[in-house]
Design a protein around this ligand. Structure first.
Ligand SMILES: [Zn+2]
Ligand SMILES: [Zn+2]
Length: 117
């Protein structure tokens, strides 16, 4: 898949599901990480309680409230607890998942003798 590099823009997109650096897009054109590209955003609410409409503009996805107007994804992420519906590390990419798991999961096991040195 071709992911265009946007050197002109300084903003860094975050995955709304895990707040990691978004390197992909889901079916809604929302920037997401590789683990969550099959996830979609459900009903998102504005601070006023109205349901937000998802729109796509020149700079990507944004949201619109009937009462309050437009707001960006970052703001919507602050207002909504966005969680992946299917959970983490599910789906096809086995190699990718294990690669990610190796990077993120730094666990110290109590049965590791080095821990007690
Ligand atoms: Zn993610
Ligand atoms: Zn509103």
């Amino acid at each position: 898949m071709h992911i265009p590099k946007r050197y002109g823009q300084s903003r860094v997109d975050m995955c709304p599901f895990c707040r990691k650096h978004a390197t992909s897009m889901n079916s809604q054109k929302v920037p997401v990480c590789q683990s969550h590209k099959k996830e979609t955003l459900g009903d998102l609410k504005c601070a006023c309680g109205s349901t937000l409409d998802m729109l796509h503009g020149k700079f990507g996805v944004f949201f619109s409230c009937m009462k309050c107007g437009n707001m960006n994804l970052k703001k919507v992420m602050e207002l909504n607890a966005i969680k992946p519906a299917a959970g983490d590390f599910k789906g096809d990419g086995t190699t990718q998942n294990s690669r990610q798991a190796g990077k993120i999961m730094i666990t110290v096991r109590s049965d590791d003798p080095r821990y007690f040195d």
